[in-house]
Design a protein around this ligand. Structure first.
Ligand code: AP5
Length: 217
């Protein structure tokens, strides 16, 4: 892939905890893409207490997907604001209906889909140990040995580290079930269209990123 914001649409797929957010941070920097994480956008709306946020939170806290029509209308607005620009979709699409909706909106633009694969047994361990900075959104992991001292983020604000409401074992199990049932079918959807690359997500984050760059060519 040519470096620079080149109109590429990159879709990052993978189970909860596969490392989509962690790799997205590196990808947007390396390839100069806009980053849209639907999960992050919905959490921001929930924290702001908007009607959309309250509705989304009720699905998220239960480990379920937010309805397709809500997500597709968010994506439509985002694409209108970023016409022709390179975008990394992180956590979207998540259903065949969303994938179909996106394909209708992109009208022939080149799409590359990257699926990060990790074994199910890793998902609960990674997500139960995840901590997020309330101020800048940086993601840590209590099992990684790179937690900042004093339980505050290294960012300028020294933000408090919190555990996401959906990162508790029971909700994580539900999210994983939903992934297998509703999201996994879109992996074959993109494979059939010749637009899928798969990458082993088991390994240190920099090692996984090197595999991604190789897969993107
Ligand atoms: P979303 O926020 O998208 O959550 P998710 O897909 O479940 O993915 P996560 O954010 O949990 O994991 P990740 O793959 O980004 O992993 P991370 O890099 O943080 O969605 C949340 C909810 O919003 C959904 O359940 C749904 O309700 C709703 N939603 C969102 N999009 C939607 C849509 N399109 N349609 C409908 N509903 C939608 O890593 C996890 C942890 O592991 C971190 O602690 C990290 O430090 C660590 N880690 C990462 N990589 C490695 C590595 N290589 N080795 C060791 N540890 C690692």
């Amino acid at each position: 892939m040519v470096k620079g914001r080149n109109g590429m649409i990159l879709i990052l797929l993978g189970a909860p905890g596969a490392g989509k957010g962690t790799q997205a941070e590196r990808l947007v920097e390396e390839y100069r893409l806009h980053h849209l994480s639907t999960g992050e956008l919905l959490r921001t709306a929930a924290a702001a207490g908007s009607n959309l946020g309250k509705l989304a939170k009720s699905y998220m806290d239960d480990g379920q997907l937010v309805p397709d029509d809500i997500i597709l209308s968010i994506i439509r607005s985002y694409l209108d604001e970023h016409q022709g620009e390179g975008i990394l979709f992180d956590g979207f699409p998540r259903t065949v209906a969303q994938a179909d909706g996106l394909s209708g909106m992109l009208a022939g633009r080149k799409v590359v889909t990257l699926a990060l694969e990790i074994p199910d047994r890793m998902v609960i361990d990674r997500l139960s140990a995840r901590r997020v900075c309330r101020s800048c959104g940086k993601v840590y992991n209590t099992a990684s040995g790179i937690m900042p001292h004093g339980g505050r983020c290294n960012c300028g604000d020294g933000g408090e580290l919190y555990q996401r409401d959906d990162d508790h074992p029971e909700t994580i199990r539900k999210r994983l079930e939903v992934f297998h049932k509703q999201t996994e079918p879109i992996i074959s959807y993109y494979r059939r269209r010749g637009a899928l690359r798969t990458v082993n997500g088991d390994g240190a984050p920099d090692e996984v990123f090197a595999r991604i760059k190789k897969a993107l060519g």
